[in-house]
Each structure stands twice: as structure tokens, then as C-alpha cells.
Design a protein around this ligand. Structure first.
Ligand SMILES: NC(=O)c1ccc[n+]([C@@H]2O[C@H](COP(=O)([O-])OP(=O)(O)OC[C@H]3O[C@@H](n4cnc5c(N)ncnc54)[C@H](OP(=O)(O)O)[C@@H]3O)[C@@H](O)[C@H]2O)c1
Length: 303
């Protein structure tokens, strides 16, 4: 297939380019500047200059493509996520941007669209397993993701195949994990929420292979991630990777201050990706979080 990819220069996008090439596809990657076009070309894909909000540039890039994968995001990292208006750009990409992408895909006669989504939108289900039929809990911070999914569902009902991938928390060699690892290394808190709560994580490598597998999936919503891990263990893995014995949790005062902005990541979510595996044969190459997921970050730190 020839695949048009947004977010091609990001953590998810670069991983997807590799996996799509390995699966024998050709990739046209959206790039917002000349420098980013070089990054896309260096990754082996064909760059196409444009912006997710510029419908004409998308239409042009989608010409002759069979599928579209929408992986563009702009997630604030670390304390920046707590600043006023921090999520505005990302919210706009998810709600308005996904609409522009899907409208362009419709007009370009694209047969399949893959949309990145998040398993954070499920409610807190304690120790119960979560599958794609489990209830979601829509707050102001979950809403843009839900809007993107519903736009894709509409496409899948009327035009072509549509697959939403509910990824877990991206963990490994990426900016957010690097920030957390630095905190762990300094003996600072990285944990938010209850110690026994469950977290759904995914290695960036497996984000890419899941996107490639989504090109073969029946329309629908799928969870994609590694084995869920209890938060106390997640925090300890960060600590160990940072050369410490035990991880720490944020105190009540900080959690109260952060409020709704971090509520999504404090939910207990024991998410199963079984449906995606059964329907596509996809399995994570990184099935269980261990400190070596951060090896690439460690070598960057020590070099
Ligand atoms: N499931 C998860 O846990 C999850 C999900 C998303 C992100 N994250 C994490 O959050 C951190 C930041 O990630 P990120 O995804 O925001 O940044 P990123 O990895 O740099 O990727 C964002 C991608 O979206 C593109 N983009 C942004 N605005 C665009 C627009 N208006 N038009 C077209 N493309 C646009 C970016 O292009 P440019 O290169 O031109 O900016 C880039 O290719 C990372 O650590 C990442 O792992 C986690």
C-alpha cells in the first residue's frame, strides 16, 4: 500500500515509518518545514510539505495513496503540561485536525484511515480487566480524543475502513519518559494515583508495528499495549533504570494542584489488547515493562 502519514517526524510517526516499510508499504510523510522534510526523507519516506489544518496540502499529499494514518499530536512534556492552556494545541489537533484529515481522506477517495487514540479515556476500573466494550469516562481532557474517534467511526460507517488505536502510555526512548527518568534519577517523585492502580504502557517500537498491523484490521476500536503493570511497579522500574532502589509518588498537595489536568493518568486501567492480537496477529515485541526499555535514553545520558 501507499500510506499517507501525519505526525511523520514524531515518536509515533518515525516508528510507524520503520514498521510500514518493513511490512512492504511505501510512505508519504507530512512535514511542516524544510528541516522536517529532510527528517522524513532521512527516515526513508517521501516527504510532503503541509500542515494538518491545511486541507489542500493534505489532499495533495494523499493523491494516489491507499491509506491514511493520522498520528499528529502535540503533547506537552513534564511540568509544561500543568501550565494554563498547555493542552490547547494538542486538543485542536485531535478534534479539529482529525476532522480535516478525515474530510480530506474522504475527498481523496482513501479506502482506510487509522487514527491514534488513547486508552486513558476508559474509566477507572480498579482490578477489573478492560476491553474495548468497557465504559469510557469523558472529561474535558478526554473529549478531544473521543471526538477524533467518533469522526473516524463516521468515516467507517459511510466511506471506508476506519481503525482507532487506543495506545497505552508511551514508555521508553521518548521525551516524556526521558523527563520522568531524569526525575527518578534525582530521587524525585514520578508516580501519580494509587500505588495498586494499573497502567497500560506501550514501547514506541510497538506503536509503529501496531500502526502497520492496523492496515489489515477490520474497522473498529482496538487497544494496543504491553501487559498492564501496577503503578508501584512502574514507578520502581523508573527508579531502577535511574540507579535508585525505590520509586516515589507525588504528595497530596501536588495532586490537588494538578487536578483535572492529570486525572486521566491516575485512573486504574488494566487494559487488554487481546482483540487486536486476535484480529491482526499483532503482538508487542516489548510485552512487559523492564528497565531496559530505557537503555537508549541511558546511553544518551551517559554519552
Ligand atoms: N499514548 C501516549 O502516551 C502518547 C501520545 C502522544 C504523545 N506522547 C508523548 O508525548 C511526548 C510529545 O509527543 P508528541 O507526539 O506531542 O510530539 P512528537 O513526538 O514530536 O510528534 C508530534 C508529531 O505531530 C506533528 N504535528 C504537530 N502539529 C502538527 C500540525 N499542525 N500539522 C501537522 N503535523 C503536526 C509533529 O510535527 P513537527 O515535527 O513539525 O512538530 C510531529 O511529527 C512524547 O514523549 C510522546 O511519546 C505520548
Amino acid at each position: 500500500m501507499k500510506v499517507f502519514l501525519t505526525g511523520a517526524t514524531g515518536v509515533m510517526g518515525l516508528s510507524a515509518i520503520n514498521a510500514l516499510h518493513e511490512a512492504g508499504h511505501r510512505v508519504v510523510g507530512l512535514a511542516r518545514s524544510a528541516g522536517k522534510a529532510t527528517e522524513v526523507a532521512n527516515a526513508g519516506a517521501q516527504p510532503h510539505r503541509g500542515d494538518i489544518f491545511d486541507r489542500e496540502s493534505l489532499l495533495d499529499g494523499m493523491h494516489g495513496c491507499d491509506a491514511v494514518c493520522n498520528l499528529a499530536t502535540r503533547v506537552p512534556i513534564g511540568n509544561a503540561a500543568l501550565l494554563p492552556g498547555a493542552w490547547k494545541a494538542n486538543d485542536r489537533i485531535r478534534s479539529e485536525g482529525s476532522r480535516v484529515v478525515i474530510d480530506a481522506a474522504r475527498e481523496a477517495g482513501i479506502g482506510r484511515v487509522v487514527q491514534q487514540s488513547l486508552s486513558f479515556i476508559y474509566g477507572d476500573h480498579g482490578d477489573d480487566w478492560i476491553d474495548e466494550n468497557s465504559p469510557i469516562d469523558v472529561t474535558r481532557y478526554a473529549e478531544p480524543v473521543v471526538v477524533a474517534e467518533s469522526q473516524l467511526e463516521n468515516f467507517a460507517r459511510n466511506e471506508g475502513a476506519g481503525v482507532s488505536l487506543r495506545f497505552g502510555l508511551i514508555t521508553g526512548p521518548d521525551g516524556n519518559s526521558a523527563w520522568l527518568l531524569n526525575r527518578a534519577r534525582a530521587g524525585k517523585a514520578t508516580g501519580m494515583g494509587s500505588r495498586d492502580g494499573w497502567c497500560h504502557v506501550i514501547h514506541p517500537h510497538d506503536v509503529g508495528t501496531a500502526v502497520a498491523a492496523a492496515l489489515t484490521a477490520p474497522s473498529g476500536i482496538y487497544n494496543a499495549g504491553a501487559e498492564p503493570i501496577q503503578r508501584k511497579d512502574l514507578v520502581d522500574v523508573y527508579a531502577q533504570a535511574g540507579g535508585r532502589k525505590e520509586g516515589k509518588f507525588y504528595g497530596r498537595a501536588v495532586m490537588k494542584l494538578a487536578g483535572q489536568k492529570v486525572e486521566l493518568i491516575t485512573r486504574s486501567q488494566r487494559v487488554s489488547s487481546q482483540r487486536f492480537s486476535e484480529r491482526t496477529g499483532w503482538y508487542p515485541q516489548y510485552p512487559k515493562l523492564t528497565p531496559d526499555w530505557f537503555d537508549a535514553l541511558e546511553s544518551r545520558h551517559s554519552s
